[in-house]
Design a protein around this ligand. Structure first.
Ligand code: HEC
Ligand code: HEC
Length: 295
């Protein structure tokens, strides 16, 4: 009897031990299963290089992000060009995920769900957007362009950019503040802006100190008493126009009181050809603008 009892007890406790072990394994399995997908998802994009995901992501991007980052993610004036290989807040998949999900506090970059629609993107949708960004991202990091220190000298010196443009509080105000332009615009856009200013007037920028109707259109007026002014349009409605003239004086005119009033898309910025600014110097200035923008 005693022997049977003992073996019974041994058998029972053996079974219990087995069960405990099984339980433990199941628990461990569930624990890993539970955490694994999230851990993996935070590491790399499960939808990487999937053309269909890029397509859906592009659609998401157009409705949630293009307003600031521009169509094609090439920078829209309010938000930076996202096609650059180097990103300020990190360029790994988890970095991008975090930036898009949490936003960049203290800047216009909103956290997920804070856009006009107020509907957040799901994790899958965020990955789709990232797949899209990757699909338009330049493959190689941009070449270290030029000599930023020399570019700065040119900007505030020989090239006279600062007579019309401000950078970090220094310079003129006839043209847009260029402090964030280096990051907000694609490089070929910047080159175009300098070589052929009238091709595409600055637009879509938000500047703390100014309120712009649409673009930096040029305006010429002659007042009833014969004074002539040339400048950029700051604000305009049917009856009035507010402008800044070339000497940075602000004017508000009633249109029907003007002798002459003409608006044009001919930029007030001189076109810098090779003679005024050779390619090397232009690259140096761009390096300076990118440097400022990257800070
Ligand atoms: C209201 C404007 C706005 C909207 C909308 C917006 N962004 Fe941004 N975003 C910004 C600004 C401004 C920055 C730059 C923040 C800074 O100063 O570093 C930024 C930064 C980023 C960065 C980091 C870039 C880097 O160099 O590290 C990523 C990535 C990004 N945005 C993606 C998105 C995506 C994807 C969406 C849409 C889901 C979106 N943004 C919507 C304004 C916006
Ligand atoms: C006489 C004034 C003047 C000078 C000098 C000048 N600019 Fe401009 N710039 C403007 C005005 C006005 C605009 C807005 C209209 C336009 O886009 O052409 C502008 C626009 C720009 C833009 C486009 C910004 C954007 O976000 O679209 C860039 C970039 C720029 N200038 C760079 C430069 C550089 C670099 C220099 C020096 C090599 C320079 N500018 C010299 C007046 C000037």
């Amino acid at each position: 009897m005693v022997a049977v009892n003992e073996s019974n007890i041994i058998r029972r406790s053996g079974r219990m031990l087995q069960r405990l072990v099984r339980c433990y394994f199941l628990f461990a399995l569930f624990a890993t299963l539970g955490t694994l997908p999230i851990a993996v998802a935070r590491k790399q994009n499960p939808l990487a290089n999937e053309p269909q995901a890029a397509k859906v992501g592009e659609f998401q991007f157009r409705s949630n992000c293009a307003f600031c980052h521009g169509l094609g993610a090439r920078g829209g004036g309010r938000g930076p060009d996202l096609t650059r290989a180097q990103k300020r807040h990190g360029n790994s998949d988890p970095d991008l995920f975090r930036t898009i999900n949490e936003g960049v506090p203290g800047t216009a970059m909103p956290p997920n769900g804070a856009t006009q629609q107020g509907v957040g993107m799901t994790e899958t949708e965020i990955w789709q957007v990232i797949t899209y960004i990757r699909s338009v991202q330049l493959k190689a990091p941009a070449q270290p362009l030029g000599d930023a220190a020399h570019g700065k000298q040119l900007f505030f010196g020989a090239a006279a950019c600062s007579t019309c443009h401000m950078i970090e509080g220094k310079g003129g105000r006839l043209g847009p503040d260029l402090s964030t332009t280096g990051s907000a615009r694609a490089t070929d856009y910047l080159v175009d802006s300098v070589r052929y200013p009238s091709r595409r007037l600055a637009q879509g920028i938000s500047e703390a100190m100014k309120e712009f109707s649409q673009e930096y259109e040029t305006v010429k007026v002659e007042t009833a008493d014969g004074q002539k002014f040339t400048g950029v349009v700051l604000n305009e409605d049917h009856f009035t126009v507010q402008m800044m003239d070339e000497r940075e004086q602000l004017h508000l005119f009633e249109k029907d009181k003007l002798r002459w009033y003409e608006k044009s898309r001919e930029s007030l910025m001189p076109a810098y050809d090779q003679k005024m600014l050779n390619d090397k110097d232009l690259q140096d200035i761009l390096a300076f603008l990118l440097n400022v923008g990257a800070r």
